[in-house]
Design a binder for this molecule. Structure first.
Ligand SMILES: *Cc1c(COP(=O)(O)O)cnc(C)c1O
Length: 346
């Protein structure tokens, strides 16, 4: 069976990196957590290093340990979970910098003899971090102070400004530290959201800053499956489990080799589309474990032909929306059975 494949265009990744640098006017500190949103943290970070990145963010200590082993000693790697109790030694040994989120982490890190680290300030999202009034004064080893936007994908949301102003007030207490505030969406909110360094993830990987396709962001990832069989379905017959789709007239249907483990979500029924035979065509019936169907009546489609689930011809954000989700979840739901293939041009 010909496997589905996730193609990653490393030149498009580098273009998005440079675009985010230009838009924000700040150094870009890429977020490569969750295996760079499923694209492969090591190849992604290596390409971004070559493009000039010197600081990366991961979520978990284990992600940082692996990245450090692969990238070598040069870049700064911050761990957003912070100094989770029990991970301090691993963080120190891999020269990772926890982003400390609360007092116990701060005490644990300093008690373990930890050095360079960051500090997360919660400016209203009520996720991780110190409330501004509880944030510790600057201390030895504190290299970066950051906060995170709750609504950066919606430029009209007044909370953005409130969080920015709250962060600006706290940032003034840390004159010698790097201040970082903007994620992908934040890079597009204006110069006063930039502070010293920006922290994008999804826009590097081809998702738009507002959760829809954006001409400023190049597609990076292409998910392609292959046709296993083409069949003619007479009017009145159904396709797939639970008679999920019924032909109201004679139809031609291509069955292709992709399912849940390939990131082809069951929720694509009934809104999903795929690019096949040069056109966008509806996914029909229920997506199953390993096989899905696309309607190809009138198209010249044969066994082995590619079916693009997202990529240059089917924007990632549109595909995510059709499945009732967002690009982040779509990318990170593609399991290890899908080979990642890297190239400089799509
Ligand atoms: C995931 C994350 C980012 C990157 O967010 P995007 O929306 O993908 O740009 C930045 N900062 C923090 C704290 C995060 O958790």
């Amino acid at each position: 069976m010909i496997p589905a494949e996730l193609h990653i265009d490393l030149e498009a990744l580098a273009r998005n990196y440079r675009r985010l640098e230009a838009v924000s006017g700040r150094p870009v500190h890429p977020v490569v957590k969750a295996d760079a949103y499923g694209l492969g943290a090591t190849p992604v970070a290596r390409r971004l290093l070559a493009a000039g990145a010197r600081t990366f963010f991961v979520a978990r200590a284990a992600e940082g340990v692996r990245l450090r082993a692969d990238l070598g000693p040069e870049p700064d790697i911050y761990v957003l979970d912070g100094a989770v109790a029990g991970t301090e030694r691993a963080l120190i040994e891999a020269d990772l910098r926890p982003v400390l989120n609360h007092g116990d982490q701060l005490r644990g890190w300093r008690g373990a003899g930890g050095g360079a680290c960051g500090l997360q300030i919660d400016t209203g999202m009520n996720r991780l971090g110190f409330r501004p009034e509880d944030a510790p004064a600057a201390f030895d080893g504190l290299a970066l102070v950051m906060s995170h936007l709750a609504c950066a994908d919606d430029p009209a949301e007044p909370m953005n400004r409130r969080q920015r102003d709250a962060f600006a007030a706290v940032a003034a207490r840390y004159p010698d530290q790097i201040k970082s505030f903007a994620n992908s969406g934040g890079c597009f909110l204006g110069d006063d959201y930039g502070f010293d360094a920006v922290r994008p993830g999804i826009c590097l990987y081809g998702g738009g800053p507002e959760g829809r396709p954006d001409p400023r962001i190049a597609p990076v990832a292409t998910l392609t499956a292959r046709v296993l069989q083409v069949r003619d379905v007479p009017a009145g017959e159904s396709v797939g489990y639970s008679r999920g789709w019924v032909a109201d007239q004679p139809a031609r249907v291509a069955l292709f080799a992709a399912g849940y483990a390939d990131g082809l979500l069951r929720a694509y029924s009934p809104e999903g589309q795929a690019f096949v035979g040069g056109q966008l065509r509806p996914l029909i019936g229920r997506v199953s474990m390993d096989v899905a169907a696309v309607e190809v009546t009138g198209l010249d489609v044969a066994v082995g032909d590619p079916v693009e689930l997202f990529g240059a011809n089917r924007p990632l954000d549109d595909a995510a929306r059709a499945a009732g989700t967002i690009a982040y979840e779509l990318l990170t739901s593609i399991t290890a059975r899908v080979p990642r293939v890297y190239s400089a041009a799509a």
